[in-house]
Design a protein around this ligand. Structure first.
Ligand code: HEM
Length: 422
């Protein structure tokens, strides 16, 4: 995650008509920052061997998020990837993430109140206590995998508590969610589809089980309120009810466990910044935001163009998948000073962080994710200021969708004595 210099390894020009290179998934996966850095000053868009087009520049990505000529992809993505039916397909057909217009509003609106910033802020003390508890579990034990023991568990517990899922179910639903979320990457092979589908079916069945339990015995949790609201309004089909919860579990776990680990790794790699945040907790939100810029856990959002869209003379063709690369945009030298430098004190990040998308689909869980990331980091700085990387800096893989991290080995000394500070 050092922002090494890189050059495009292949310049396979995809026809004179388009005049842009088509990059393979292997090239993009091998060094996404290098590829984006090399092409972005020259072209606003490059070809992507599966998705069609990938938009590179910050101003274009930002503008196109809200451009009515671009739409959510509905079922185009699974169709493009050879998934014409089944539960994986249903997640796209019936979920809010890929829906448009009134259908999207209908699916999203039952959640908007619950995820409102003011209400989510009320969860902060509980999330802080959970982070403290989880950290105290392993501090003093020597080397551990921070993802497994900490950064995965904070969002998993939060989503379990929000939805009223038993904590004992965390290993079951997180394993399934991480597996299903692989469908959003371009690295799975046709042979992997049966496994992904099996995970999607198991996750759907798990949600159906929980929903049935809530229907017969409602509780004071989001799920019971959502069910009551959705059923009273009669606006969502039973299948839509299930799929929105499945999406909430996927969106609420994988993205944030990766981001939680990346921010710790980046700060430990830059010890002066780790120490600065340790001395001044007021810097925590900026450290979270800069980590999300420097190595975003979500690399792009997918759209489809209704009509041909011309970008500086290059066409985004109607009907093709288009990736708006937030990952590239967040390192755009036209938008950020020294974009390949990790600097928690930078002043050029926009108020609305681009990593959470824009327009009608802007991340519904943004406020919650920020709290989880801030509190997760805060607890480590308070309780184990001598935390250090045990081994090499981990590599965050992937150029689109939810990116992947194979664990983060760290070593923590003894727990800091004394009361926990607020
Ligand atoms: C660091 C953490 C996160 C990142 C980087 C992230 C990123 C994003 C992005 C970029 C989108 C927009 C996708 C698009 O426009 O196509 C999105 C949508 C969404 N996110 Fe997140 N997210 C995060 C955490 C969460 C959490 C914690 C939840 C739930 C608790 C969540 C639930 C969702 C849902 C349901 C949508 C679909 C919204 C819609 O289509 O209206 N996300 N997220």
């Amino acid at each position: 995650m050092n922002g090494d210099e890189g050059q495009p390894r292949r310049t396979d020009i995809d026809g004179a008509a388009h005049g842009i290179p088509t990059l393979t998934v292997a090239e993009l996966e091998a060094d996404p920052h290098g590829v984006f850095r090399a092409w972005r000053p020259r072209l606003p868009v490059i070809g992507h061997e599966v998705a069609g087009r990938l938009v590179l520049r910050a101003t274009d990505v930002d503008r196109l998020m809200r451009d009515p000529r671009l739409q959510a992809t509905e079922t185009l993505y699974p169709e493009t990837r050879g998934i014409p039916n089944g539960t994986l397909f249903d997640i796209f057909a019936d979920g809010m993430l890929t829906a448009n217009g009134a259908v999207h509003r209908r699916r999203r609106s039952p959640f908007t109140r619950t995820f409102a910033v003011r209400l989510v802020e009320g969860l902060r003390p509980r999330i802080r206590a959970a982070a403290d508890d989880l950290a105290r579990d392993w501090i003093g034990q020597g080397e551990i995998d921070l993802v497994e023991r900490y950064t995965a568990l904070i969002p998993a517990r939060t989503i379990a508590d929000l939805l009223g899922l038993p904590r004992a179910d965390i290993p079951r639903f997180t394993r399934l969610a991480y597996e299903v979320s692989r469908v959003l990457s371009f690295t799975f092979a046709p042979d992997d589809v049966p496994d992904l589908e099996a995970a999607a079916v198991a996750l759907r069945d798990y949600v159906i089980e929980i929903l049935e339990a809530r229907r017969s015995a409602p509780r004071d949790d989001l799920l019971s309120r959502f069910l009551a609201e959705a059923e009273a309004a009669g606006e969502l089909t039973p299948q839509e009810v299930v799929i929105q919860i499945v999406q909430m579990i996927i969106g609420g776990t994988d993205t944030t466990r990766v981001a939680g680990a990346v921010q710790v790794a980046l700060l430990l790699q830059h010890p002066a910044q780790w120490e600065a945040v340790g001395r001044d907790a007021g810097l925590i939100p900026a450290a979270v935001a800069e980590s999300l810029r420097y190595e975003p856990s979500v690399g792009s959002v997918g759209r489809v163009a209704r009509d041909d869209i011309v970008l500086d003379g290059h066409v985004l063709p109607a009907g093709r998948l288009i990736l708006l690369s937030t990952m590239s945009a967040l390192r755009d030298e036209a938008a950020y000073a020294q974009p390949d430098t990790f600097d928690i004190r930078r002043s050029d990040l926009p108020r609305l962080h681009p990593v959470f998308g824009g327009g009608a689909h802007r991340c519904i869980g943004e406020a919650l994710a920020r709290i989880e990331l801030e509190e997760g980091l805060g607890a480590l700085l308070r309780l184990t200021p001598d935390l250090r990387l045990a081994g090499a800096m981990p590599v965050l893989q992937g150029h689109s969708g939810i990116r992947r991290l194979n664990g983060l080995r760290v070593a923590a000394g003894r727990a800091r004595p004394g009361p926990v500070q607020a």
